[in-house]
Design a protein around this ligand. Structure first.
Ligand SMILES: Cc1cc2nc3c(=O)[nH]c(=O)nc-3n(C[C@H](O)[C@H](O)[C@H](O)COP(=O)(O)O)c2cc1C
Length: 342
């Protein structure tokens, strides 16, 4: 599966998750600080995805969170039918209560974070810490399953040791506990994306369960997408950082969208406008600076572009800087440069 048409056809086969059909087999990975309402709005304009996923939301906060002031628990009504809300927490009752609100608001599904290895999250016994206490993780899946009828997703990684058998066993038990789909990132928990993910384990995980597995980790180009599908047989793909660098990637991989030459400039400017639509000036600037390293990774001299963008003090100045940068027609890379981000 090397040419774009074959990849398009493959990713455009509908996929059923708990009786609900998603039109495309490539979804956004959850990303705190990056997968916010403005990025999802931007991606929605291009289309081509099966689902969008929010960054992780604290399950403790979700039941009383106010979307008008929250940075993360915030959405557009029109995106709800194809958006999954991710939650984290160590307690099954609290996770279930959060899932109930997520269902009431009208999200497509709820995703349980059993993969985040950031110490602030693990110290609370949440995220990847739950892979050290599998029974607790299964009881969370079970409790959430009982409390809602929307699809329940689990996002997890290999575990704390490089033991594929553990990841496979977890997948089976997540399915038994009531999960409807898995997103699997084949890295061990202390590894913060500096070693290559072991895609071979994705294949083993998908073979062990009958529910869809979305393979995740280092999907940079459409050749990578075709290779992961071919090598692992996973039913779907989950794309994180490259969806920030190239928000049109879903449309390209699954709809045959051919990006016009000015796509980089128009997309960056649109991002500034969408941030301002959903956030105040302070947070717009802050979130644009989080987006910038991924966006700048598209260019041969991305470090220099990033330096110039990071000096901007306002959104207006950001747009003026973008105009100057793109007037010089910067050279793009076919594979984004991973040295600009982790
Ligand atoms: C800045 C950043 C924030 C992330 N936040 C989350 C998160 O909130 N929940 C989660 O399950 N994974 C999170 N991840 C992990 C991604 O979902 C994904 O597993 C990882 O980036 C590998 O996929 P990729 O190579 O396509 O980026 C985050 C990753 C990054 C780079």
């Amino acid at each position: 599966m090397t040419d774009l048409n074959t990849l398009n056809r493959h990713l455009s086969r509908p996929l059923v998750i708990k009786g609900q059909v998603i039109p495309k087999r490539v979804i956004l990975a959850p990303m705190a600080g990056l997968g916010h309402i403005a990025l999802r709005h931007l991606i929605s304009g291009f289309g081509g995805f099966g689902l969008l996923v929010t960054g992780m939301c604290s399950a403790k906060a979700v039941p009383h969170e106010n979307p008008d002031v929250s940075l993360v628990f915030k959405w557009r009504q029109t995106e709800l039918p194809h958006t999954v809300c991710q939650i984290f927490g160590p307690d099954s009752g609290i996770m279930a209560k959060a899932a109930e609100r997520i269902e009431r608001e009208g999200f497509f599904g709820v995703d349980l974070n059993f993969g985040c290895s950031v110490s602030a999250i693990c110290k609370k016994g949440a995220g990847a810490a739950l892979l050290k206490d599998p029974d607790k993780a299964f009881s969370i899946v079970n409790e959430v399953r009982k409390s809602v009828s929307i699809p329940v997703f689990v996002k997890y990684r290999t575990g704390w040791e490089n033991n594929p058998g553990f990841a496979v066993d977890m997948a089976r038990r997540f399915e038994d506990a009531g999960a409807d789909a898995l997103t699997f990132h084949p890295r061990v928990a202390p590894d913060r994306r500096n070693r290559p993910p072991r895609w071979d384990i994705i294949g083993r995980v998908q073979k062990a369960v009958s529910i869809p597995v979305f393979g995740n980790g280092n999907l940079f180009t459409r050749e990578d997408a075709a290779k992961m599908l071919r090598q692992t047989g996973c039913m779907g793909l989950s794309v994180g950082r490259m969806a920030v660098a190239r928000p049109w990637l879903f449309a390209e991989w699954s709809n045959g969208f051919i990006p016009p030459k000015d796509i980089y400039y128009t997309t960056a400017v649109r991002m500034t406008r969408l941030l301002e639509t959903h956030y105040n000036e302070f947070f717009s600037l802050k979130l644009f600076k989080k987006f910038s390293p991924y966006f700048c990774a598209n260019f041969k001299f991305g470090h220099d572009i990033l330096k110039r963008l990071s000096r901007a003090q306002t959104m207006e100045e950001t747009r003026r800087t973008l105009e100057t940068i793109f007037n010089a027609d910067p050279e793009t890379l076919s594979r984004p440069n991973p040295h600009l981000f982790l």
